[in-house]
Design a protein around this ligand. Structure first.
Ligand code: NI
Length: 258
């Protein structure tokens, strides 16, 4: 029983065969998927997808690289969309400094990040956090502006085990995906070894980040069995146990999923 806590099935990579891919997931052991919003258009596509598939849930939120999509009017609209049926979190939101040199742009990212954290609190929804090349700023904002409220997940966790400890102390889950199966992912394997299974959830970030042996190819929630297998090997437990515990963790994370 697999719960994919983070996928993007609205992505163009599935335009040719989306129905086909999605209709097979349940036969492959995938029971629940949360489709995550990125930009404004993706968010609307997510809402459309979740209305069609009973086992799929969604989020409302704007990714730090897409904040040019945001303005006051749309922000108000987002608040209303948060109340739609099967919307279970605000995300993915956060900071991404990878392409950004301009300090003003970074400041804008932080402002919209904080506002979306506030929105999550108001709407009593957990948050899905994206952080790239901004570990310290992300952590400080999470600690100061959100900790202890609605909970959430640090998606595609890529930080140190020390920072992972800090996040779990604040009550967040860590999202673990295909990267953990890569040979060179030493830090992440260490995180998985040291952090209790009770704080981990499985995620694909499909269509990206496929696990070995599909690395570089289009991802599918069904491939999470390889991620579970790797976590099981690291922790010395069975794959079934990993799938079962992370499934229940995902239900604790996304309280709106039934
Ligand atoms: Ni994502």
């Amino acid at each position: 029983m697999i719960f994919d806590t983070h996928a993007h099935y609205d992505a163009a990579q599935y335009d040719e065969d989306r129905e086909e891919v999605l209709s097979h997931l349940r036969d492959e052991g995938v029971e629940r998927v949360v489709n995550i919003s990125n930009g404004w258009k993706d968010m609307l596509a997510t809402l459309e997808l979740i209305s069609r598939y009973p086992w799929m849930y969604g989020t409302v939120g704007i990714h730090p690289c897409e904040i040019r999509d945001l303005n006051e009017e749309r922000f108000r609209e987002m608040q209303i969309l948060c109340r739609r049926e099967k919307v279970v979190a605000v995300g993915e939101i956060g900071l991404d400094y990878y392409w950004v040199r301009d300090p003003e742009e970074k400041k804008k990212q932080r402002e919209w990040f904080v506002r979306q954290l506030m929105l999550a609190k108001e709407e009593e929804l957990p948050v899905v956090i994206h952080s790239r090349d901004a570990a310290r700023d992300t952590f400080e904002i999470m600690r100061d502006e959100h900790a202890g409220s609605t909970g959430g997940v640090i998606h595609c966790y890529s930080g140190s085990s020390e920072m992972a400890e800090e996040y779990i102390k604040l009550g967040y889950f860590l999202g673990i995906g295909g990267v953990v199966t890569f040979k060179n992912a030493k830090t992440l394997k260490k995180v998985v070894r040291e952090i209790p299974l009770s704080h981990l959830v499985l995620e694909t970030d499909a269509p990206y980040l496929s696990p070995v042996p599909y690395r570089g190819k289009r991802n599918s929630s069904a491939y999470l069995s390889y991620v579970a297998e790797e976590i099981a090997a690291i922790k010395g437990i069975s794959r079934r146990k990993v799938e079962e515990v992370t499934y229940n963790n995902a239900l604790r994370l996304y309280k709106g999923v039934s």
